[in-house]
Design a protein around this ligand. Structure first.
Ligand code: DGY
Length: 324
């Protein structure tokens, strides 16, 4: 089987694939391929191990009829048009669990960074603006006993909630499609409706899979319903929030701060006004960027490809229905 890997991945995954004698074409450059280049190479392969946010839409599937399976190097699968894959019986695999710790660690880091305005204060040092001690300046807020609201309490959200409870004794509320029974039992998490999540969260952190129905769910109307001390954390997908509305909320005391690992578009432009706000901390989509998580992701993606090559069900398949 011929597999295209559009950007290099950790060796752990490559070795597994090579041991199985799978014929690999790895994009040797760090350059992002143009859409045309990408499609052309995919047309010559049986499967794609996709790294990054290529849009695998209906047009992609139409143009690449040889593709028999897709292994994503991500847990999120919003870049794939699943109905298009389903109609062609193409399995799509992702990399769940292995990045739960890394991504929730980053959400936790952003939460604290925002609470203590740490990026802004760090920048002051870089800019030569470290001034003498002032009892009334640089004040942040403490998180002890506050309420963490999780939008989408799955595996990553669960890890975030666990950390917040252990470190700060935070109360956990969450809004999901369905109840998370383990979180309710182990963390005393309370299921609430969306309006209550907005109204009661001191920290609101998104950990849901993105789907179009949630596009810009966090906007001027929803920010307006949040507490004025609230910290908004997005480590999921940039499309969950409306950026102009977030800017307005942050500069008009509607909410207190925001921590983003994801933006829309990515990369964010260097002159984006959010970057210089004292109450906003932004990172360049590095939630899963630890050696441990990335090695785990490489292994999961390789296991998905290997299963495909052996005509078996992918172990981490997001569209099981193709096997019926
Ligand atoms: C994921 O795994 O979905 C991360 O956001 C990287 O894309």
């Amino acid at each position: 089987m011929k597999v295209f890997i559009n950007k290099n991945i950790p060796e752990a995954g490559i070795l597994l694939l090579q041991e199985k004698g799978i014929d690999l074409t790895i994009n040797p450059t760090e350059n992002v391929l143009s859409r045309n280049e990408f499609i052309q190479i995919c047309q010559q392969n049986d499967a794609l191990l996709n790294v990054g946010a290529n849009n695998l839409d209906e047009d992609f599937f139409e143009q690449c009829p040889n593709i028999k399976g897709i292994a994503l190097f991500s847990v999120g699968f919003d870049s794939v048009n699943i109905p298009s894959a389903n109609s062609r019986k193409i399995p799509v695999g992702n990399t769940p669990d292995v990045l739960n710790r890394a991504t929730s660690d980053l959400a936790f880091l952003l939460m604290q960074s925002v609470a203590r305005k740490s990026f802004f204060n760090h920048k002051k040092i870089i800019d030569g603006k470290w001034e003498s001690f002032n009892a009334l300046e640089n004040l942040g807020q403490e998180l002890y006993g506050k309420t963490l609201g999780i939008f989408g309490l799955g595996r990553i959200g669960f890890e975030m909630a666990k950390k917040c409870k252990a470190a700060f004794g935070m109360n956990i509320i969450y809004h999901n499609r369905s109840h998370n029974v383990s979180a309710e039992k182990e963390l005393d998490a309370q299921f609430v409706n969306f309006e209550t999540l907005l109204a009661q969260s001191d920290v609101l952190s998104i950990h849901a899979n993105f789907s179009e129905e949630n596009k810009e769910l966090f906007n001027k109307y929803t920010f307006a319903k949040m507490k004025s001390n609230a910290i908004f954390i997005n480590t999921a997908r940039g499309k969950f929030h409306n950026e102009a509305d977030l800017f307005y909320a942050l500069t008009n005391d509607i909410i207190w701060g925001a921590g983003l690992d994801v933006t829309n578009p990515e990369p964010m432009k260097q002159d984006n006004p959010l970057i210089s706000l004292p109450n906003c901390c932004i990172l360049p989509h590095i939630g899963s960027a630890t050696y441990e998580a990335r090695n785990g992701m490489a292994v999961c993606a390789a296991q998905n490809i290997i299963a495909l090559s052996e005509n078996k069900k992918m172990p981490f398949c997001v569209n099981d229905e193709v096997y019926i």
